[in-house]
Design a protein around this ligand. Sequence first.
Ligand SMILES: [Zn+2]
Length: 57
Amino acid sequence: MKKEEFDNLPATEKEHFNYCTKCSLYFDLRDAAQVQKHVHGITSDKISNSVVQISEV
Ligand SMILES: [Zn+2]
């Protein structure tokens, strides 16, 4: 989803989303299909790290 849509989500929803720097879009970490689509060759280790970062914001 786009940043404008993401900004309108409640905080409890936002924590389930991660930002894809390649696509400049937010995607739902609970949706395996979206996660796979936005991996772009990044290892699952790096994905876990970004999840930690976004939940600290
Ligand atoms: Zn992407």
